[in-house]
Design a protein around this ligand. Structure first.
Ligand code: PEP
Length: 254
């Protein structure tokens, strides 16, 4: 069945790649993906490489994302980066609420929604991440956790803002572990996410929002995961750090 939503596959480089390494990676991706039309391909380098990568992809079909941003527009917030600073490098997307930030920086759903609203105000599309831990899954609380993360992280969004948001379902137990959710497990949660969007917004919004799967996506499992009816792309960590693996994920998803 032809998907109505366009696939979006984003690479989250996390705290990896110097500027020189980032340029090597993105030049290689440009070559590999030169004829790509079917998928939105996004790279999310660390802040320090945004400027160089932004210039390198100017004449390409690859789009730029950031890995985080402040909920504030500017001011005395040491170490933070504002939306306007990201805009200087033509950043189109920003990953918010990644489980690593929820865990290590103790980011709450409320903070994530504030950041996402600040991103929308600057016309940057947030990629809002949700996902349950293994303990939460095994105790049968997956839907409760995902439902509450969605309600909190999307609080205050208008329908228009929701449509300009990408969601990423990333089960914490699948991130960086080599153990991906099965396509059926992913589809089950993605369908639940879409149903939750009907409740929080409406049917039309729910049909339009793209929901990525993230967690040990690789070239060998991308096709089956992406072919699930409610899976509209991938957020890729480890396998996004090499030209071959990231471009193969994209090619295998088409
Ligand atoms: C991630 O951190 O967003 C992620 C999905 O990582 P990995 O692909 O390495 O599991």
């Amino acid at each position: 069945m032809q998907k109505q939503r366009r696939l979006i596959i984003a690479g989250n480089w996390k705290m990896n790649k110097t500027v020189a390494e980032a340029l090597d990676l993105v030049q290689g991706l440009k070559r590999e993906l030169a004829s790509l039309k079917e998928v939105d391909a996004v790279v999310c380098p660390p802040f320090t490489a945004l400027e160089a990568v932004s210039k390198a992809i100017l004449d390409s079909n690859i789009r730029l994302g950031a890995q985080n941003m402040s909920e504030h527009a500017g001011g005395a917030y040491t170490g933070e980066i504002a939306a306007a600073m990201l805009k200087e490098f033509s950043v189109r997307y920003v990953i918010l609420g990644h489980s690593e930030r929820r865990q290590y920086q103790k980011e709450s759903d409320l903070l994530i929604s504030r950041k996402a609203l600040a991103a929308h105000a600057a016309a940057i599309k947030p990629i809002v991440c949700v996902g349950e831990t293994l303990e939460e899954r095994e105790s049968g609380r997956t839907e409760k956790i995902i439902g509450s993360q969605l309600e909190g992280s999307l609080a205050g969004f208008s329908k228009e803002q929701m449509q300009e948001t990408v969601l990423a379902y990333e089960p914490v137990w699948a991130i960086g572990t080599g153990r991906n959710a099965t396509p059926q497990q992913a589809q089950e949660v993605h369908a639940f996410i879409r149903q939750t969007l009907v409740t929080l917004f409406d049917d039309a919004v729910a049909k339009r929002v793209r929901v990525q799967y993230g967690g040990s996506v690789k070239a060998s499992n991308a096709r089956e995961l992406m072919s699930q009816p409610d899976v509209d792309g991938a957020l890729v960590g480890g396998a996004a750090l090499e030209i071959r693996s990231f471009s193969d994920i994209i090619k295998n998803s088409i």
